[in-house]
Design a protein around this ligand. Sequence first.
Ligand SMILES: *[C@@H]1O[C@H](CO)[C@@H](O)[C@H](O)[C@H]1NC(C)=O
Ligand SMILES: *[C@@H]1O[C@H](CO)[C@@H](O)[C@H](O)[C@H]1NC(C)=O
Ligand SMILES: *[C@@H]1O[C@H](CO)[C@@H](O)[C@H](O)[C@H]1NC(C)=O
Ligand SMILES: *[C@@H]1O[C@H](CO)[C@@H](O)[C@H](O)[C@H]1NC(C)=O
Ligand SMILES: *[C@@H]1O[C@H](CO)[C@@H](O)[C@H](O)[C@H]1NC(C)=O
Ligand SMILES: *[C@@H]1O[C@H](CO)[C@@H](O)[C@H](O)[C@H]1NC(C)=O
Length: 633
Amino acid sequence: MHRFASITAALGIISQVAGAFHAQRASDEQALSTPSPEPITVTQLPLPPVADSKVGSCTPEINPNGTGCLLKSSQVASGNFLPDDKHVLVSMNFTGAPAAPDPASIYDGSHLALVKADGTSFSSGDPWKCITCGVSEENKVGSSGLAPYAQSFRDGKRVLVGTNIVDCGEALLASDDCTPDKVHIYPLRWDNEADGSGPGGVIRELRLHPDNVHIGFNSFTYSNGQLGQLAYFGRLEFNPSPKTGEPRSARYDIVKVTRLFNPDSPQLFSTEGGELFLNRSAIAVGELRGFSGRGKEVTFIGNPVESCNIDVFAADLTTGNVRRLTSHPEYVDPIDVSPDDKWQVILDTRGTGRQMFMAGMRGIPPIIDLIATTVASSTRNNGPRRFFNPWLLDRDGDRDNYYGQQVNGDGDGSPGSINDEDWNAAADPKWSYDGTRIAYTENLVVAPSCGGSNPLRCPKSTEPGGRVTRLMVAHLTDRKALDLDPVDEVSDDIPWGVPYEPGSEAPDRPVIAGGNYTLKGEVSGSADVTIINDTKVPGAIKTVAVKYHEYSDDGVHVIDGSERFTSTVKSITDNHVDWYSDLTLSGETTGTKKTSPDGFHLEIDTMTNIFNANGTLTTTIDGKEWKQPQNGT
Ligand SMILES: *[C@@H]1O[C@H](CO)[C@@H](O)[C@H](O)[C@H]1NC(C)=O
Ligand SMILES: *[C@@H]1O[C@H](CO)[C@@H](O)[C@H](O)[C@H]1NC(C)=O
Ligand SMILES: *[C@@H]1O[C@H](CO)[C@@H](O)[C@H](O)[C@H]1NC(C)=O
Ligand SMILES: *[C@@H]1O[C@H](CO)[C@@H](O)[C@H](O)[C@H]1NC(C)=O
Ligand SMILES: *[C@@H]1O[C@H](CO)[C@@H](O)[C@H](O)[C@H]1NC(C)=O
Ligand SMILES: *[C@@H]1O[C@H](CO)[C@@H](O)[C@H](O)[C@H]1NC(C)=O
């Protein structure tokens, strides 16, 4: 059938490499039936007409209603739906406004807007409405950028966006009553000084818990010579007149904060004598991604549990029980769980082949990953370009030969089509409250990820005005609208976390001490592991070398051979990597993971993500070769 042709093709690529990982669980997993592909229709929502950044370039000819233009080169960032499911939140850059006192002068800069999702218009005649345009300085003291990750509260009056809460008082954001004079933009503040002074800690990637009372967030750390990150959970408390800290204006304080990392709990790796132990049930929160629909679980990118394979996990906020949601070798990052917890939408590079050269071989324990994770999560991008598509997975996630359904798979791949590979999905995809639709943004590849010396020619935009960003909605047309009770408030306490004391130092993640160890396979064989300290960077590991002897954690994938990975820290975000691999896989699937005789040498900065390598790393699975991207692509 035409409808699923491209989905089947995509699954065809991946089923031959994936295989079943946990054979000991295979019988349970087979009992869980996997869903068949369902009909999905993808449509686009309207955006304002485009203009360039010259004052007045958003002329009455371009927008007769004087309600703003979108900066042509900019990317919008969609959020979730309003609780009425008739509007999608969008952060966007308005530009070209005439000078004040023209009433249209307010449509300038980065703002939070609503876009109609039901084909109707606001009373202005436009299908969009800027919420924060024209808000007075006194109503936004201490606020910051109105992007990304706009997330509505259930009251339809407030939105968490960036590190702010946009609040329209008594008015619904979508109503004509919500005028700029009623809008306040309150900053969020996380107290990080014992005496409550200062601007608070720098927080990022905020996610609203569905109880609308708590949030999760991440904060960078600098330890062992590298950029790291810790995740936190806290309670929102409106503070109309703060007595300490900055800003000294109405704000939301994040209180009763818990750090989602306990250095004293079981870690992914531990040692005893000369033995190395791998505990896949350990809670290893790397970057917090959000919460389940009913709010009982936190979702996160975890430490890899198979080498070079970045996955999303969920942990129960109360029990700490960890579920691995994805296992496909490709790179996954954003995730949104459906309001009823039964489904999830992820953004993933699966189907593109991007990461298969390093992650395609299954069953390798994540030992070099003690220092290789940064590389695995940087090579998935090319500069600002992501290679993401949205994928629909059921609650139990990847298993056996089930790797979900590509949400936008049903297109012809032509320029501008819904699965044109030059259009890449951007964070975050979001479910409607009724569970029948998913909103997401897509951006067109632009220079320097194409054009110039790059072998990829820049495509011409097919969108109105040549814009390079678009707002998509996937309609799951066979589904019935959900009607769920509001989510109950969860506890402030997370028993497996650590209550955060303002002023306390962020703990370092435990490092495996230099030395020689043996790791036993869960089913058979063993691995000799050598860990060598970095003599220049205290606490950092310089080299991990592993020799495998019929090593198997699942009885299905058997690993032999050796690899050696050395990381040289050039700067806090930049690594030089010298990598030698000569691994073979036997069992249900066969393959090799090999570097060229002179090794594979890579430099990549986590902030710029430009692939720059000498030598090759190639993974071959059942005769299919997966090669690294060309430098700069
Ligand atoms: C959008 O506006 C923000 C804030 O003014 C700015 O940082 C960002 O660079 C702009 N984006 C583009 C694509 O110009
Ligand atoms: C301006 O509003 C009118 C209705 O009042 C609408 O038909 C038209 O599409 C709007 N213009 C733009 C550029 O959206
Ligand atoms: C592995 O981690 C889990 C979760 O913290 C813990 O319950 C379990 O005891 C650990 N196993 C070992 C062998 O340490
Ligand atoms: C670790 O093993 C390597 C290679 O087998 C050997 O050269 C080295 O001396 C050993 N180091 C220690 C501390 O035992
Ligand atoms: C390596 O560093 C760890 C601390 O990270 C330290 O405990 C250990 O003694 C060091 N080992 C060697 C061989 O220098
Ligand atoms: C690749 O080799 C060239 C020439 O020896 C060298 O200048 C460059 O630094 C190397 N790049 C990497 C990533 O190793």
